[in-house]
Design a protein. Structure first.
Length: 278
């Protein structure tokens, strides 16, 4: 068992510049509240592997895309596995934590996801569209994402040489995100204007919405971690998965009112205690 005041190494890149979001503000808020229950130290993701031995658990939060520090991230994962470190989120995620392959897997398995392929011979499996989305398999934070007209789709796949994904560009009504701590739903936010992804507002999820989101949480199988299920409202009214963020999802806590923000912090504290007791 850890000490009465467990020691937490909190991994974040406070200098990372994200479009439309201030990662540093969110982590300043969260760490100020977590210090009420834990002894806490912050570190850059490039220092995590060297420092994790001195702590009871490691929390990976707004550390930016791992492509910016890939060698350090691999070293951290290897070191954490070797010493049996408790990591939050646990490092067994099958979604964004492991790249974008899961979008292909979920498409093949018939889940409600934006149809996704990565091969020329599979392009005809996609619905016809005027434009297609092309994104790197190892992309993050919209890095490398582009839109191409239908006549360019085959060429884009050929140029990508197996390293890109292709999806039809969906004319959706809005995007909505569902936030979970471990397997417990916390809140939902949506972007009512499709061209303003990060201008979010509170969203009251219906039972059908939550059933949709929980399918992906259950599929991923993470016991300890924060996950964000991003979806779009398709023209037919149903939801389609856009992303399942299971590495370091931005939480948009500034959009929440004080009671919901407090409830999230309480849920995260409880989740960390469960991790420490595991």
């Amino acid at each position: 068992m850890p000490s009465e005041r467990p020691r937490i190494l909190y991994v974040t890149d406070l200098a990372y510049q994200a479009r439309g979001r201030r990662y540093c503000d969110e982590d300043i808020l969260l760490t100020s509240r977590l210090r009420e229950d834990f002894d806490l130290a912050l570190c850059d993701p490039r220092d995590a592997a060297a420092l994790l031995d001195g702590f009871d658990a490691v929390v990976v939060r707004n550390s930016g895309p791992v492509l910016g520090h890939l060698a350090a991230y691999v070293a951290f994962r290897e070191r954490a596995a070797a010493c049996g470190a408790r990591v939050y989120n646990q490092l067994t995620g099958r979604a964004d934590m492991a790249g974008k392959q899961y979008l292909l897997d979920l498409t093949a398995a018939g889940y409600p996801v934006i149809p996704t392929v990565d091969r020329l011979e599979h392009l005809d499996r996609l619905p016809a569209a005027e434009e297609y989305v092309v994104k790197p398999k190892l992309g993050a934070d919209s890095l490398g994402l582009r839109f191409v007209p239908a006549w360019r789709a085959r060429e884009a796949v050929r140029e990508g040489a197996g390293d890109v994904l292709v999806q039809p560009r969906v004319d959706f009504a809005h995007e909505v995100s569902f936030y979970f701590v471990d397997h417990d739903f916390q809140y939902a936010l949506y972007a009512p204007h499709p061209d303003r992804r990060w201008q979010l507002e509170p969203y009251e999820a219906t039972p059908e919405d939550l059933e949709f989101a929980r399918r992906f949480i259950e599929w991923n199988g993470i016991e300890h971690g924060i996950q964000r299920v991003d979806a779009c409202r398709a023209p037919g009214g149903g939801l389609l998965l856009v992303e399942l963020e299971d590495l370091n999802p931005y939480l948009s806590l500034d959009v929440l009112d004080a009671p919901r923000r407090d409830a999230f912090v309480a849920a995260m504290k409880a989740a960390l205690r469960r991790l420490l007791e595991s």
